[in-house]
Design a protein around this ligand. Structure first.
Ligand code: DQA
Length: 148
């Protein structure tokens, strides 16, 4: 089983960026932990981060026929990007939306996600652990659907 993980803008700054909201774990550390969990589950993982909306759209389009599922933290594009939503609907790869912070405890404009209603589910507010929880939830969902 192949799972892609896509990360949107400013997540490359994790560790130093607003640590009171996002914690002190870097994106490289989250990647290492996610890969370790995936290895234990026997899952193959690819990992991408981009600060550019079009690159995120391209990366989603490339998943067609290649990934069984997607874990995505679209960061600020979560709240604004019809283009990211359209790409996800076009490729029809089952995805779980993850966020380090709890979107629903933040400003009103962050409580709205352009992606959530099309997702298998959302994990929000568990810091770096949101990625592991998202991966486990997605793998469980896919295994229930297709068998291990
Ligand atoms: C975020 C939440 C977004 O609102 C914000 O723009 C981010 C990070 C999170 O993981 O908590 O960049 O997606």
């Amino acid at each position: 089983m192949h799972i892609a993980v896509l990360n949107g803008p400013n997540l490359n700054l994790l560790g130093e960026r607003e640590p009171e909201l996002y914690g002190r774990t870097t994106l490289a550390e989250i990647e290492a932990r996610t890969r370790e969990r995936a290895r234990a589950l026997g899952i193959d993982v690819s990992w991408t981060q981009t600060n550019h909306e079009g690159e995120l759209v391209d990366a989603i389009q490339r998943l067609k026929g290649k990934a069984d599922g997607l874990v995505i933290n679209a960061a600020a594009y979560t709240h604004t990007s019809l283009a990211v939503r359209d790409a996800l609907l076009a490729v029809r790869v089952p995805f779980v939306e993850v966020h380090l912070s709890n979107l629903f405890a933040r400003e009103p404009e962050r409580r709205r996600s352009m992606l959530a209603d099309a997702a298998v589910g959302m994990v929000t507010g568990f810091g770096a652990e949101s990625y592991r929880l998202g991966l486990e939830g997605l793998v469980g969902y896919l295994q229930a659907r297709h068998g291990p």
